[in-house]
Design a protein around this ligand. Structure first.
Ligand code: GLN
Length: 448
């Protein structure tokens, strides 16, 4: 009831697309009853969770914040959702986001933007903006998002909360609406590391419905969470001294690295000469995958269908898709189709795959030598609403620090640390080796 009241009070933030009020109360009552009768309850009993509008929950609306999926109801639940429910979490509603998780501000939602609760003239980030604001504004305790190129870490940073993107394959993607399948990963928002660790614990692990979900055993993420240790950190010189990084933030990070050394950690600079190639490689590869993944929305099997009559089949497809998809999604389908087309495939797609390989090898090399890499999550604090909408290239370039972890498939977390003189929060991003979430969470807990 506490969260339901807050959701009602803060409706103007436009974080929730739908609230499952009756169902959530029913589950809460059932749990109360079980606890009263001394019956066992799950690991997340009573934890109130919101889910991004790209994660399926059987019998509930799912739109990917797109007109093309208007009126569509999930036919099954995502594995991640099944596991939350089995652990007795309470799912309170689904959350606004950029259409098909494409965007950095939530302004691409067909249902209007979500507002940053700290400053309503600013964006919450994206694409999981609703998920970030829901936790920021205390509309639920934790929430799920998806992170293909930063969509959990970046909005977490803009909203001053914690955002985790696990290793690619740590959490099953079954029931997650695909944007770019070789990058997509479900991620978790929370106010502290302990909450995020507890939710990861429940959702991680193999799944017979997703062959890319890893068979690796899931360690106990909570066991060493509060241990204090000395770490060997690296920062990427090319990232820390990048022209695009806000000057005030740049200075703060340099002080931060010195403070870490006085606390007994080592912090060394490492070169990473590929930084300027990560955004282009990311946008070539993800739009290529998106153009293929989104071809299923044709208005025949499911999805929006035009009212116009007497069209031939091709015109019918075109009309359905033209009416159903928003501008950014169309831009990406076109770009992705272009980079995959016969004459350009090698020049763009194959080249970008090669860049992905180089970037991954280099990053893994560094991660072999250090416990973790520290870097900014975003080069600036939250944008003003509308600020970047007319300049997609500028918008894409702001993803420079987050797409790296998705290209390489490694886990990364954004933790809130500071306030900028403009009043907005920002923090640091921590990256470790694949499947090393246990130490990632421990480091994050120690630095926060
Ligand atoms: N901002 C990035 C993009 O627009 C990230 C999206 C995501 O992680 N889903 O592609």
């Amino acid at each position: 009831r506490y969260y339901l009241n807050r959701i009602a009070q803060l409706k103007h933030l436009n974080a929730f697309l739908e609230v499952f009020e009756e169902e959530a109360l029913e589950k809460a009552r059932e749990l109360d009853e079980r606890i009263k009768n001394g019956q066992p309850v799950g690991a997340l009993a009573g934890v109130v969770v919101g889910i991004k509008d790209v994660i399926c929950y059987k019998g509930h609306n799912i739109n990917a914040a797109s007109h093309i999926l208007e009126g569509f109801t999930s036919l099954f639940s995502a594995t991640a959702v099944e596991r939350l429910l089995a652990a007795d979490a309470i799912i309170i509603g689904n959350l606004n986001c950029d259409e098909f998780a494409m965007g950095s501000t939530n302004e691409n939602s067909a249902f209007g933007p979500t507002l940053n609760a700290l400053d309503n003239s600013r964006v919450p980030g994206g694409s999981s903006g609703g998920s970030a604001v829901a936790v920021q504004a205390d509309l639920c305790q934790v929430s799920l998002g998806s992170d293909t190129g930063g969509s959990v870490r970046q909005p977490a940073d803009f909203c001053g909360i914690v955002g985790l993107k696990p290793t690619y394959g740590r959490i099953s993607r079954y029931g997650l609406i695909a944007y770019a399948s070789s990058f997509d990963q479900i991620g978790i928002f929370g106010k502290d590391i302990a909450d995020v660790a507890a939710v990861l614990q429940v959702m991680a692990g193999p799944d017979e419905f997703d062959s890319t979900a890893s068979q690796k055993e899931v360690p106990d993420y909570q066991k060493h969470l509060t241990d204090n240790k000395s770490f060997k950190f690296a920062y990427l010189r090319d990232a820390q001294y990048h022209d695009g990084l806000d000057a005030e933030m740049k200075d703060r990070y340099i002080d931060f690295f010195e403070e870490l050394q006085t606390l007994g950690h080592t912090v060394s600079g490492s070169s990473f000469e590929y930084l300027d190639y990560v955004v282009p490689a990311y946008y070539v590869l993800t739009t290529a995958e998106a153009s293929s993944n989104l071809s299923r929305y044709d208005g025949v099997k499911f999805g929006h269908r035009t009212n116009e009559q007497n069209l031939d089949l091709t015109e019918f497809y075109k009309k359905n898709r033209s009416e159903g998809f928003g501008k950014e999604v169309k831009r990406r389908i076109l770009l992705g189709t272009f980079v995959l087309s016969a004459g350009y495939y090698d020049a763009y797609y194959t080249k970008a795959q090669q860049v992905r390989r180089l970037v991954t090898d280099k990053l893994n090399d560094i991660l072999e030598q250090y416990d973790a890499i520290l870097m900014p999550t975003v080069p600036s604090t939250a944008f003003k609403i509308g600020e970047k909408m007319d300049d997609p290239i500028a918008m894409y370039l702001a993803d420079i620090y987050t797409v790296l972890a998705n290209l390489a498939g490694v886990p990364a977390i954004s933790v809130p640390l500071y306030r900028h003189s403009n009043g907005m929060p920002y923090g640091v991003q921590i990256i470790t080796k694949k499947f090393n979430e246990a130490s990632l969470l421990q480091i994050a807990n120690q630095l926060m």
